[in-house]
Design a protein around this ligand. Structure first.
Ligand code: SF4
Length: 416
């Protein structure tokens, strides 16, 4: 029984925040890390601020953490947008920016309230040894974004794009691979901008990563269409690269891309996605439905263009206002019910594409088992499709090759 104070980290938002939480956990030498927030003396809220909805989610959680009687600290992207108001309202004892997270062990010992927002130029140099509760490792390789999409606040809370030290990244992967991790997911704010403006590239990093003992599969969180270079395309046949790419288009009407201040173009997106699909890749994307200006005519055009894009996965969101962004003051707002209808239409199309893809690509599936319920195990295959496996013996954390399986609406299914 230690008399160390018990710390719980609540992580909101994206994979980059997941990595940041792992960094904080790795620095908490003088505290006990727990997974049950009700027993916590201290709760760290690693917040997200991507939408107004995300903000209210964080605010709600901070209130409930206070009611649990824990000492509450705020970090993450929300520290830059909501930190000051929550600090002045005595809702949190301390606020610290992402640049300060490696100092967490000392900051939690402070006896007076503090507000240390830090800077937006920092680059992490912590090497984490493990990923608690995960069977694959998320590796942050870059931070920040130089794009200025009109609906997005992220560049203002994560800073401009900058890449982590390549030797540190490789050291990170060596350590995790030595600790049994075989699958690595590259993450960041705008992952594809890794190495930008420097004499290095995503493709170069991938080649070096693939030579590390124990690296079995590499996934890339998300890339912008313009970041898929010829050098990168040369790697598409490599066995260690997942057979799925997430290429963020955000919309498929040229006029909407202009309104959203996006850098991609519908025509080149159609060409690129078909090129990747012809190489056997499953393709995911991000898509925002209901952004101001999305008239019926533009939506109709967008769906026609989308039918020419061989997409198999989609992270679709209905537009949600984010104060402080250009889109927040734009005219031509779309009715919420209309957005919902469009979202259903979009998801129905991509779901049908996914089933069609699985039927046309009936090949052995390389699966890393990540979860279980009774004797049903689940994991993702090389195409980033979910498969459920019925088996009497324990498969957790295993890599398995599945030859025989059923293709059902939602997911593939196998019995071993
Ligand atoms: S690419 Fe656009 S949407 Fe993505 S983080 Fe940058 S500004 Fe935001």
């Amino acid at each position: 029984m230690t008399n160390k104070q018990k710390v719980f980290i609540k992580t909101f938002g994206c994979r980059t925040n997941l990595f940041d939480s792992q960094v904080m956990l790795s620095h908490l030498e003088d505290f006990e890390i727990i997974e049950n927030e009700n027993e916590a003396d201290i709760i760290i809220v690693n917040s997200c601020t991507v939408t107004n909805g995300a903000d209210s989610g964080v605010r709600g959680y901070v209130n409930s953490a206070n009611k649990m009687g824990a000492k509450v600290y705020l970090t993450g992207c929300g520290a830059h947008t909501k930190g000051e108001s929550l600090f002045n309202a005595d809702k949190v004892f301390g606020v610290f920016g992402q640049s300060e997270k490696a100092k967490i062990n000392e900051m939690l010992k402070k006896e007076t309230k503090f507000y240390e927002i830090g800077d937006l130029d920092f680059i992490d140099d912590t090497v984490v040894e493990e990923f608690i509760g995960k069977s694959r490792a998320f590796i942050k390789i870059q931070e920040g974004c130089n794009f200025r999409c009109s609906y997005c606040i992220i560049p203002f809370v994560r800073g401009d794009a900058r890449s982590h030290d390549e030797e540190k990244i490789l050291e990170q992967i060596r350590r995790l691979a030595a600790n049994g991790f075989g699958e690595f997911v590259l993450t960041g704010t705008n992952v594809g901008s890794y190495g930008q403006g420097e004499k290095r590239s995503m493709a170069g990093l991938l080649k070096r990563m693939s030579q590390i003992k124990g690296v079995r599969r590499i996934r890339i969180g998300s890339m912008e269409p313009i970041q898929i270079t010829e050098e990168f395309k040369e790697l598409l046949g490599e066995p260690w690269l997942e057979k799925h790419l997430h290429v963020a288009i955000q919309h498929s009407s040229q006029e909407m891309l202009r309104i959203m201040n996006r850098r991609n173009r519908v025509e080149s997106d159609i060409k690129l996605l078909n090129e990747l699909s012809q190489k056997g890749f499953a393709l995911g994307t991000d898509f925002i439905v209901g952004h101001p200006g999305e008239t019926d005519a533009l939506w109709k055009e967008a769906m026609e263009n989308l039918k020419q894009m061989p997409l198999t996965h989609v992270h679709a969101f209905t537009y949600s206002k984010r104060d402080g962004t250009p889109s927040a003051t734009m005219k031509g707002e779309i009715n919420g019910l209309v957005s919902k209808e469009r979202m259903l239409e979009l998801n129905a199309l991509i779901t049908a594409n996914n089933l069609d893809f699985r039927q046309k690509h009936r090949v052995p599936l390389e699966v890393l088992i990540e979860s279980e319920k009774g004797n049903i195990y689940a994991g993702l295959d090389q195409f980033f499709n979910r498969i459920e496996v019925e088996c009497e013996h324990d498969l957790s954390g295993n890599w398995i090759t599945i030859e025989e399986y059923e293709i059902n609406e939602e997911a593939n299914y196998a019995r071993l």
